[in-house]
Design a protein around this ligand. Structure first.
Ligand SMILES: [Zn+2]
Length: 218
């Protein structure tokens, strides 16, 4: 299978798709957040650098991220495809990653852009509610995902939590920042003929089927 770079705005459903790809095709899911936590936990030389940077309240530099990725990717069995999640977010990172992948001879690559419009992303993110008791999730902005009785869990009758971390303002900011940074990244992969766009205003399973289809395209 092709190695995947996910370009996914907040609430585009990348988590679900990554899980399914992992389960069905044995993908290694490489999330930059996990990589950083892992490096710190292992106490490697890089991990110590990461710890210092984060303790100082700073962002981990692209150079450190690339070094971590190099370490991780070169240790992967050659027959195990990977999903890169959370990187690259900027054009500088995309260029650095490209250099790294050339250096370690990773060629079979596709950049999948999960295209979601802002309004849909907001409904997904802000409509999320869940049951504190049985953990069932709902979304108040979708007929099919609403609880039958407002604020009450269908399964166990508990009062639902409005669990979104975002309010409208902060979500909008996060979404728009993501789009602003990733537009040049999208163009970068487009120019290299590696970009595949998937519209995500549909059921997750339909999106997954599309992704699977494009992974087997030449
Ligand atoms: Zn419940």
């Amino acid at each position: 299978m092709k190695n995947i770079i996910f370009i996914a705005p907040p609430a585009a459903g990348k988590g679900t798709q990554s899980e399914w790809l992992k389960d069905k095709f044995n993908y290694e899911h490489i999330s930059t957040g996990d990589l950083l936590r892992q490096a710190i936990a292992e106490g490697s030389e890089l991990g110590k650098q990461v710890e210092d940077v984060i303790a100082g309240g700073n962002l981990v530099s692209d150079d450190i991220m690339i070094a971590l990725l190099k370490d991780t990717l070169t240790k992967l069995p050659t027959d195990k495809p990977f999903i890169l999640d959370g990187f690259p977010r900027t054009i500088k990172q995309a260029e650095a990653l490209n250099e790294l992948l050339n250096e370690i001879n990773v060629t079979d690559l596709v950049a999948i852009y999960l295209n979601i419009d802002e309004e849909e992303a907001m409904r997904r993110a802000l409509g999320r509610v869940s049951c504190p008791n049985c953990k069932k999730g709902y979304n108040i902005y979708y007929e099919a995902m609403k609880p039958k009785v407002e604020d009450i869990c269908d399964e166990c009758g508990s009062k639902l939590d409005r669990r979104s971390d975002d309010n409208e303002e902060s979500f909008k900011h996060r979404f728009e920042t993501y789009i602003e940074n990733s537009t040049p990244v999208i163009n970068f992969y487009q120019e290299k003929n590696l970009l595949k766009e998937v519209k995500v205003d549909r059921e997750s399973i339909e999106i997954f089927e599309d992704i699977v289809k494009l992974l087997s395209e030449e």
